[in-house]
Write a protein that binds this ligand. Structure first.
Ligand code: NAD
Length: 247
């Protein structure tokens, strides 16, 4: 059965909170970019069809913020890269973030379930291109020539998240599930903890600034800023390793 994988895999779900101390606002920060707009205008397909310019301007601004902040990974991203490098089994980072900080820290096995910055997609021919350029409503697709059909390759509300097959495959054979810096309000990510808890001998831990609405679904809880709580937790896993029966 699943317990035969040894050492068992680790799945780390990350959210906006892990990048907060790198200078990127979370979804629910009162002054954050996301709170200055109506999400239905900029993060839904309906919003796109209503006003493409508004959507593109929003993501152009967000991209500009990433550049201006010259964001760098923090100690929590670094610790997860170290976990992947040193742990003997699979470590899969499933991130809801669109920023590139896990990769910048050196993590290799990263699934961006809500898409990622630095990629654009043509709504007409579905081609995905790497691009850091700002988009306008007259931008032209280099593949099919369509005008005004290029959008950020980011999953909007109501759209299917990416990499779900790979994510559920990793969840189905993990022995430890960590959720870091995520409020647990956006599905399906918020449901991953229940998915893994259907199996015996899976440890689940919430690492967050404060208890979330999902806290009772986790067996273990560690609260504080990610840069303070994630590195010692990772060191503990690396030092103690997997023992039959759990961590
Ligand atoms: P969220 O904003 O809903 O929740 C963030 C969580 O992080 C909160 O529970 C908060 O208590 C916690 N937090 C704040 N500062 C923290 C810190 N220093 N250390 C540890 N935890 C901290 O974010 P979410 O759950 O990721 O869901 C919102 C959606 O917003 C996601 O789909 C994501 O794609 C998107 N988003 C992405 C980014 C990014 O790419 N960096 C930024 C903002 C929003």
């Amino acid at each position: 059965m699943h317990q035969d994988y040894f050492p068992p895999g680790i799945v780390v779900l990350t959210g906006a909170g892990i990048s907060k101390e790198s200078g990127i606002d979370t979804f629910r920060d009162p002054d954050g970019l996301w709170n200055r707009v109506n999400l239905e205008d900029v993060a839904t397909l309906e919003g796109w069809h209503r006003d493409k310019k508004k959507v593109l301007d929003f993501y152009n601004e967000a991209r500009g913020l990433f550049r201006a902040a010259q964001v760098a990974p923090n100690a929590a991203h670094d610790a997860l890269a170290r976990l992947e490098a040193k742990y003997g089994g699979d470590v899969t980072i499933v991130t809801q973030n669109i920023d590139p900080l896990h990769e910048m820290a050196g993590s290799k096995n990263v699934l961006h379930m809500h898409g990622r910055e630095g990629e654009i997609r043509c709504m007409k021919c579905s081609t995905v291109f790497p691009s850091d350029a700002d988009l306008a409503i007259d931008s032209v697709c280099a593949k099919c020539g369509a005008v005004g059909e290029l959008r950020p390759n980011i999953v909007w509300f109501g759209e299917q998240p990416m990499h779900l097959d790979e994510i559920y495959a990793a969840l189905d054979k993990c022995g430890l599930f960590m959720a870091i810096g995520t409020s647990g309000q956006v599905y399906p990510a918020a449901g991953f903890v229940l998915h893994v808890r259907r199996r015996a001998r899976v440890r689940t831990v919430e690492l967050n600034l404060e208890p979330t609405e999902n806290q009772t679904l986790f067996q273990d809880h560690i609260y504080g800023p990610a840069t303070r709580i994630v590195p010692p937790y990772v060191e503990r896993i690396l030092a103690e390793g997997w023992k039959a029966g759990g961590w």
